[in-house]
Design a protein around this ligand. Structure first.
Ligand SMILES: [Zn+2]
Length: 492
């Protein structure tokens, strides 16, 4: 198998031994890493007491037109040479593992992808016992979550190439058992959370229940990080499908049953977000790790420009695409984005906004403040539904119990009112809603400076607010409230 494409790729391995001058060739668009398999396989033969054929060995990797990479096919290549004349082998026989020069089989992970492959085509898998144990855990997880499980497959564990014949005599059916890894301890229950003002709580409930990307801007110390703390505590359970995809994309079994929360620091480079390749294998970055959960972007205006730009495609297309010399990936990836930022370099409140009791007035020059704001503008800002000004002037505090109750209630209402959370609606869905409601169309056209994109954002947020108020249609008050979360209404 090839690790890390969106769909697992079945690599066929077949070897021929010809009576010609001794040589060893691997064909089928094999990468440099696979070419190096030759040395590992020959050394493993020696270390295991097998004689490597003193003839011409040609190994074909199929499908011939697909590039292949990774050291994970070492065991399959060795077996295809060793068992070249053997009859009565399990069909199909899968092998998974890197060989060390001493002949040991190494654990390689990616077992969720193996699970997927065995659902498509059941067969017998020979691999390191730890990999097989992980496979068993994944099956159990699928049983518990009522997802399809592979049937009719068997396993053979192998720790050393010299034991491969014995392993194939000890093939056992792959049985799933109910017990999986123990559930992770639940996140904090809200006891130690700093106070959250009711107005910030309403925006947070709107963002979480409607799945809106949200940027909070404001002076230092006004409670932006508090909102992130609350979001983390109440992010809720992960959907089984999202956890499944994350398991497949991450290199090892990782049964996070709460929604993942990834915090990205302002010094992050594009590779931290997108991931990178190592020895031909893709190492996922924060975007993939946040799939089905939340990505926190602290001090967003401070992010390097190229790191900001990498968010464009994942936010819009919900995919991570990466093309490098070592490999190409194109993976589904969907997360909720929440960011924070100051309004100027000094972290004060600019003169054009009402004064804030907790923060001082901005001391920056006009040019410096303007340059700072320019860092915000651009394609990413265009993709956020909520861009709100946070100030400390709001009084009062929400209790965690009341917050949780309102959030669960909001999620239930969104589910009963709409097919999907408004934050995920396409432009067409928004236009369809507008065309059915002349009242809404008029209200939107009365709003100043509203671009087409912004218009859809107002509709999405207003739809969430309407559901929160349990209204079947969007009212003027919802549009007005949603417009407050547009940068056009307050930032410029
Ligand atoms: Zn300033």
């Amino acid at each position: 198998m090839q690790p890390m494409p969106d769909e697992p790729l079945r690599v066929s391995v077949e070897s021929q031994i010809r009576t010609q001058i001794p040589a060893f060739m691997i064909l089928g668009l094999a990468s440099q890493v696979i070419q190096e398999s030759k040395e590992r396989v020959i050394a493993s033969f020696d270390a295991s007491g097998f004689e490597f054929p003193r003839r011409k060995v040609v190994t074909y990797l199929g499908p011939p037109e697909t590039p292949k990479t990774g050291s994970c096919n070492d065991l399959a290549i060795a077996i295809s040479i060793l068992l070249q004349d053997q009859k009565d082998l399990p069909d199909p026989l899968y092998a998974w593992g890197e060989l060390s020069p001493t002949g040991e089989v190494k654990q390689k992970g990616y077992m969720a992808q193996w699970c997927e492959l065995l659902i498509q085509t059941p067969g017998t898998l020979i691999a390191h016992p730890e990999d097989l144990r992980e496979l068993g855990q994944i099956f159990s997880w699928r049983v518990r979550n009522r997802l399809t499980i592979p049937k009719g497959s068997s396993i053979a564990s192998c720790t050393h190439l010299k034991k491969v014949f014995q392993s194939l005599k000890e093939v056992t059916p792959l049985i799933t058992h109910e017990e999986g890894p123990a559930p992770l301890p639940s996140k904090d229950t809200g006891q130690d959370l700093p106070p959250l003002s009711p107005s910030l709580a309403r925006w947070l409930i709107t963002a979480l229940s409607g799945e809106h990307h949200w940027l909070m801007l404001g002076a230092k110390g006004v409670g932006k990080s508090t909102a992130l703390r609350w979001a983390e505590s109440f992010s809720g359970p992960a959907k089984a499908e999202d956890t499944w995809l994350r398991m497949r994309h991450l290199e090892s079994w990782n049964a996070l049953e709460t929604r993942p929360v990834r915090r990205v620091h302002s010094s992050a480079k594009p590779t931290h977000l997108l991931g990178s390749f190592s020895r031909g294998c893709y190492i996922p970055g924060d975007l993939i790790r946040a799939h089905g959960g939340i990505l926190f972007a602290d001090e967003f205006p401070e992010w390097p420009r190229d790191t900001k730009e990498t968010l464009r495609e994942p936010l819009e297309e919900k995919r991570v695409r990466l093309t490098r010399r070592d490999g190409i990936i194109d993976l589904k990836c969907h997360f909720q984005w929440m960011g924070t930022g100051n309004l100027c370099p000094c972290g004060g409140t600019p003169a054009r906004l009402p004064p804030d009791p907790k923060s001082g007035r901005c001391r920056c020059s006009d040019a410096a403040a303007q340059r700072y704001l320019e860092r915000l503008s651009g394609p990413v800002l265009d993709r956020l539904d909520l861009v709100t000004w946070i100030s400390a002037s709001h009084k009062g505090s929400q209790s965690p119990e009341a917050f949780l109750k309102s959030l669960l209630n909001a999620r239930m209402k969104i589910e009963s009112h709409y097919e999907s959370p408004p934050g995920l609606w396409s432009a067409q869905t928004c236009e369809k809603l507008i065309s059915k409601n002349t009242h809404l169309e008029q209200t939107l056209s009365d709003l100043p400076n509203l671009s087409l994109r912004s218009r859809h954002k107002v509709v999405r947020v207003a739809a969430t607010l309407a559901a929160l108020d349990d209204q079947s249609g969007i009212e003027i008050s919802h549009v007005t409230e949603a417009f407050q979360a547009r940068p056009e209404s307050w930032l410029y």
